[in-house]
Write a protein that binds this ligand. Structure first.
Ligand code: ATP
Ligand code: MG
Length: 417
């Protein structure tokens, strides 16, 4: 891709109204743009990252055997009345009347909708188990939105819902999903802690939050680095000698964290009001056992930036970088260099190499170097007089100091995502 073709312009200064590192860097690098507090557009480079994150999530959801659907954002009040959440979630839910007086809510989550939706396909034990997910826009009237992509008023959530005959089979799927979540975060370059949290009003059992340790986080958890056990602040056991209550050996440490995912056992809380029942093998009518599982796509992206950056800019993990290589020439005035640059770019493009060519005119090499660091692609390729005479290119990893000269065909050693 030629940088000159993209809607792209970096900013030297971070916007004054942003405090979070993720927002500052993503806005400066023109990955995102703020429309209003908690509401962001994704520009070409940001969109690429978002697509890659979504693809990783989608692959792992499909591997679980869940099927993808999409549900509406506009919900009728009656549906939410049935579960008591029209009032229960009134603070966070955008609620309004349309021109004909119909009362409508913008979906902050989809348990109500999915329970009703599942009724057409589930009526007997032979119809179970089932699992569906969507990657869809949620709306939440969040009181404070100071953390950039970590907390939006409009954001994309991957929400998965499972339907089972009984608790043991539901729990087995729940545990498989836990492992899938760990894998998703790992593939995105994040180390997550599975953290016990209260089941909320759904269940007496614990729910589980997936927490990434990070100073920018709005949450606090206790964790044990020795055995990996973690609990959120609300339920964390008070311990003697600050030892882990699980293994009794490690230190029970309090750290700031970001909740990138959350999974809940719902029991029959949503199936009963929706009358989502099935007939068991003896002909008895039973409520379906449900569970729900969420991941915030933009929050995940914001977390990745919070974890992977330095004073110069972002450092994307190869798995989700918008492109693998950032190509630039030093010495814009030399036509021989420009020609070599074009040649290199065209050859690599032809071979399907994921490359971003900084072909912008009237932008100095110094600015291009700074932008390469800010944008944070995994590899920087530089063409200069020095490399030209040897018909080589200089390659450097974004997070390393040393560069080296390679022949163009050696690029094949660097293509792995
Ligand atoms: P929080 O406690 O941070 O407000 P939550 O517990 O209300 O989040 P859930 O309803 O469990 O969030 O939503 C599932 C996932 O969606 C969260 O784990 C998080 O990754 C993401 N998420 C929730 N709220 C937001 C938001 N306002 N902006 C971005 N992502 C969000
Ligand atoms: Mg939560």
């Amino acid at each position: 891709m030629r940088l000159s073709h993209l809607l792209f312009k970096t900013q030297k200064q971070a916007p004054k109204d942003e405090v979070a590192i993720n927002a500052k860097l993503l806005i400066r690098a023109n990955f995102i743009q703020k429309l209003m507090a908690g509401v962001y557009s994704f520009l070409p480079l940001g969109f690429q990252v978002r697509e890659r994150v979504i693809n990783i999530i989608r692959e792992e959801m499909n591997a679980l055997g869940a099927s993808e659907i999409i549900m509406p954002a506009l919900h009728p009040r009656s549906l939410w009345e049935a579960t008591g959440r029209w009032q229960g979630m009134a603070k966070i839910m955008y609620q309004f009347k349309d021109h004909s007086g119909r009362e409508i809510g913008l979906g902050p989550t989809h348990e109500e909708v999915v329970a009703v939706l599942a009724k057409t396909a589930i009526s007997s034990y032979v119809d179970l188990p089932k699992a569906v997910y969507q990657i869809q826009t949620k709306f939440r009237d969040e009181p404070r939105v100071k953390s950039g992509l970590l907390r939006g008023r409009e954001f994309t959530m991957k929400d998965l819902y499972s339907f089972h005959r009984d608790q043991p089979s539901s729990d087995e799927f729940y545990d498989r999903t836990k492992r899938a979540y760990r894998k998703i975060f790992e593939r995105c370059g994040l180390n997550s802690f599975i953290t016990e949290a209260s089941g909320g009003d759904f269940s007496k059992e614990h729910s589980h939050e997936f927490m990434v340790e990070c100073p920018a986080g709005e949450d606090e958890i206790f964790l044990c680095r020795l055995c990996g056990f973690a609990q959120n602040k609300e339920i964390a056991a008070k311990t003697k000698n600050h030892r882990c209550p699980h293994c009794q050996k490690g230190v029970w440490e309090k750290v700031k964290s970001i909740e990138v995912g959350n999974i809940f056992k719902l029991g029959t809380k949503f199936s009963e009001p929706a009358q989502l029942f099935y007939k068991d093998s003896k002909g008895n009518l039973k409520p379906v056992i449900m569970a729900s599982y969420g991941i915030g796509v933009e929050r995940l992206i914001g977390t990745i930036v919070e974890i992977h950056h330095d004073e110069k800019g972002m450092i994307w993990p190869t798995s989700i970088a918008p492109y693998l290589f950032y190509l630039l020439e030093v010495g814009e005035s030399s036509s021989a260099l420009k020609k070599f640059g074009e040649q290199v770019y065209n050859r690599l493009e032809k071979f399907g190499v994921e490359i971003l060519y900084d072909d912008r005119e009237k932008v100095s090499a110094g600015e291009k170097f700074a932008d390469a660091d800010l944008v944070g692609l995994p590899w920087r390729l530089v063409i200069s007089e020095k490399t030209l005479v040897q018909e080589k290119i200089e390659i450097k990893r974004r997070d390393e100091k040393e560069s080296r000269l390679i022949k163009l065909n050696e690029i094949k050693n660097y293509l792995k995502r």
